[in-house]
Design a protein around this ligand. Sequence first.
Ligand code: ZN
Length: 128
Amino acid sequence: MSEELVAPILDLVNMWPGRRVASIAAELDLPYEDVYYALHRLQAENLLVRRDFRWFPFYEPVEGVLWGFEAEIDDRTCEKCRLLHGRTFIEEELTKDFLYVRKVAPYVWRPQVHPNCRCRLIRLVAIR
Ligand SMILES: [Zn+2]
């Protein structure tokens, strides 16, 4: 994570806890994935606390390669995606469990649980 991201992201989170990753990325004009990884790293370093994460699944520190399921939680989120929110998967499970998975970036896949699914699968940062 580039260090210059830390202060502006922490400022925004502290100003408005519960804010969505996409909204922070838009305000800072940064790619979603960059902000996501910065947040994940801040969480791993205990610079953010659980209450900051209404909009962001709170993952325990990860060893090895794991993927986190992240739904857009709002009144349009279906029950299936809501239940998957915050669950983690090993990579081999992804192609088995999500038949229509689409790789949009090395660290971000779309599970496409159903048509118009807004969820993401995020490759989690391994902590040592
Ligand atoms: Zn979904």
